[in-house]
Design a protein around this ligand. Structure first.
Ligand code: MIC
Ligand code: SF4
Length: 650
């Protein structure tokens, strides 16, 4: 009798090698890829370095959604490169203004049961349509485009049984915030989440996508919903009914852990500053004054999300003390709202309309004032991500956001002087793919446009046998890739590593002292190696491989942390940085910033898999402390690290 989960079934159809034991590496075939501009430039430069004429996937799409401010020529230079390289390599190009990669992919390309690898950590959004959608570093996505399988640890599968039905004013966002309150943002590496149960049928595909989107914040590899009548309905309304296949787990499927959520028992929630798992109920937060509300991002800007916001704002005005900004997730949504008049209701209520893209979610404008609360329908509220130091960002549903925009304070929507509006789903979505550029059947004669701000991916040197290092920095728990490589105003340097590397760990720099980059360069120029000391859940958040490339460029060879998040660990390997974990987490306290870090015979130890490896930390007064570290590396990972990164491997 079959007892398979849906995840196991999709994996079975895609595994090309490896052992089906949780934690062991398996290689899976990738059907589709997506890239966005902020990680895409590097990914295509890397693909070019692989000398591949044409991508080997069933479908690859290059989106422009992050870097849209065009403050200076860099962003547009990137767009031109991306458009031309897409044509040359056989990739569909989604022009700026079409919307956020995950949402547009869901609308126009997602196919139940297929695998999708994307150079963005929220790629799992498309799990809402029944895909196994996984985020990865740009180099891994380039390799998938080149036809190579992708390696993951065979997952532990967490089953989430949904029962009941959401009450008025309670949203899909509250389901995933509830999940974050249960699982938190750390400790879930190597897991996948699968939703099942009678409550699934109560949720539309965009609602499911809100939930799978923020699976990224749980740190799981992906989250998957079954493909059912609601999926069929969504695909038909998108004019893609032929892409539908019904998919579900076997009735008696066994999960490694089961979490049960009664949708009817949920209430509106918020993720409080400054972590997506700092969950409180809106009732508890009621009355907090709000200075800014923003509705948008790949989590919450579907047609239904903005329609309910429009219905709440219709005929009303926003409070004097708030600004309200709205970034529709896609051109499809924006145009539909423009045509059915909801956009006019939103504008007339006082909202500021932003273009369809990531915008403020990635710190591209709309930073809040100092010492004010900002409510956002986004998925991340890491410190400073808004562009304001000491920011107080709360993550909420569109309903809660609109309520605050009207009252000027955090308000349980049930306390508003009107009932929850009934918002019908779209009868049919507006289909217009004319802003998607299909590549020519042969791209050999396409000229790739490379303006002067597009640099080549830097190469690392082979791993030395002896690490003669310096502990450049000690970072706290949950150091995110935003902490390592800030985005916001620096995002435009994504295709220019020497420039971007100047702001590595900018958030931890202290006034009047040398920056991390300056300290790292001094160590590198003295012929020594940079070492980073991290705590728990190091590298959570974005998939940006720049969080590995830029430290590598500054001479970092080793990271020692208590635990490392999946995508970041893979990126470190790809660029030749050894991802060690402390054998005893208490040893974190035994190292001081500035200590010399010595590791002897490292190449041989990694080759032979001789763990734990001994590390000597020598303090300024000459005191030597010996600590032990481990690494979970496959033979392939070791080969890559020894060579100084994947681009050095023949
Ligand atoms: C993010 O949400 O942090 C981003 C920007 O979309 C990143 C990708 C990037 O850094 O370019 C992500 O989530 O992977
Ligand atoms: Fe864009 Fe924000 Fe989504 Fe990242 S999380 S893809 S920045 S909208």
């Amino acid at each position: 009798m079959a007892k398979n989960t849906l995840i196991q079934k999709i994996l079975e159809n895609h595994i090309v090698s490896g052992s089906r034991t949780p934690g062991e590496a398996v290689a899976i075939r990738i059907d589709q890829t997506l890239t966005q501009d902020a990680t895409g430039t590097m990914a295509y430069l890397e693909l070019e370095a692989m000398n591949i004429d044409r991508v080997k996937t069933e479908l690859s799409v290059s989106y422009v959604d992050h870097n849209m401010m065009q403050n200076g020529p860099e962003n547009r230079n990137d767009h031109l490169y991306l458009q031309s390289v897409a044509a040359a390599k056989g990739v569909i190009f989604s022009r700026p203004g079409n919307g956020i990669c995950h949402q547009v992919h869901l609308e126009r390309f997602g196919v139940p049961g297929k695998t999708l690898l994307g150079s963005d950590s929220h790629t799992p959004t498309n799990g809402g349509i029944g895909m196994m959608a996984i985020g990865a570093g740009g180099l891994d996505v380039a390799l998938a485009m080149a036809g190579q399988p992708f390696r993951i640890a065979y997952p532990k599968i967490i089953g989430v049984k949904l029962t009941g039905k959401l009450s008025p004013w309670v949203a899909a966002k509250d389901i995933i915030l509830k999940m974050l309150s249960i699982l938190s943002t750390k400790g879930n590496v190597g897991c996948m989440v699968e939703y099942f149960g009678p409550g699934v049928a109560e949720l539309t595909v965009p609602q499911r996508a809100t939930i799978t989107n923020m699976g990224a914040e749980l740190g799981v590899t992906c989250s998957v919903f079954p493909s059912d009548e609601r999926t069929k309905e969504f695909l038909e309304k998108q004019g893609r009914g032929e892409s539908f296949t019904a998919l579900a787990a076997d009735a008696d499927a066994e999960y490694d852990r089961v979490i049960e959520i009664d949708l009817g028992a949920l209430e509106p929630l918020a993720a409080c500053p400054s972590s997506p798992d700092n969950i409180k109920s809106i009732k508890e937060l009621s009355g907090i004054e709000v200075g800014q509300v923003i509705i948008g991002s790949c989590t919450n800007s579907s047609f239904r999300d903005l329609s309910i916001v429009g219905a709440m704002l219709k005929g009303r005005k926003i409070a004097d003390n708030v600004t309200l900004s709205i970034a529709p997730g896609s051109r499809q949504v924006l145009e539909m709202l423009a045509r059915n008049g909801v956009l006019a209701d939103i504008i007339s209520a006082g909202a500021r309309i932003l273009e369809s893209g990531c915008g403020p979610c990635i710190g591209q404008g709309q930073s809040p004032a100092n010492d004010t609360v900002t409510l956002r329908t986004f998925n991340r509220n890491f410190p400073g991500r808004t562009g304001t130091k000491g920011d107080q960002a709360y993550l909420v549903s569109p309903e809660v956001a609109a309520a605050a925009a009207l009252t000027g304070k955090i308000t349980p929507p049930a306390e508003l002087p009107f009932d929850c509006p009934e918002v019908a789903e779209a009868e049919k979505f507006l289909i217009d793919d004319s802003m998607m550029i299909t590549p020519p059947c042969c791209g050999k004669s396409v000229e790739i446009i490379r303006k002067k701000t597009i640099g080549a991916p830097p190469l690392n040197s082979a791993l030395p046998d002896k690490i003669d290092g310096v502990a450049l920095i000690k970072t706290p728990d949950k150091t995110s890739t935003d902490d390592i490589m800030p985005a916001g105003v620096h995002l435009k340097h994504r295709s220019n590593i020497p420039e971007y590397a100047k702001v590595v760990f900018e958030r931890f720099n202290e006034d009047g002292k040398p920056t991390f980059a300056q300290r790292a360069v001094a160590v590198r120029d003295a012929g020594k190696h940079g070492v980073i000391i991290g705590r728990d859940s190091y590298g959570q958040g974005s998939s940006r491989e720049h969080a590995a490339i830029c430290p590598m460029y500054l001479g970092v060879k080793v990271l020692i942390a208590i635990s490392i998040e999946r995508i970041h660990a893979a990126n470190l390997v790809n660029f030749g940085i050894v991802p060690f974990t402390f054998a005893d987490p208490a040893d974190y306290d035994k190292i001081t910033e500035g200590d010399s870090i010595v590791i002897e015979g490292l190449r041989e130890k990694l080759e032979k898999g001789e763990y734990p490896v001994e590390v000597k930390a020598v303090s300024a007064d000459g005191k030597v402390t010996s600590i032990k570290v481990n690494a979970k590396l496959t033979a392939e990972d070791v080969k890559i690290i020894l060579a100084g990164g994947r681009l050095n491997c023949k």
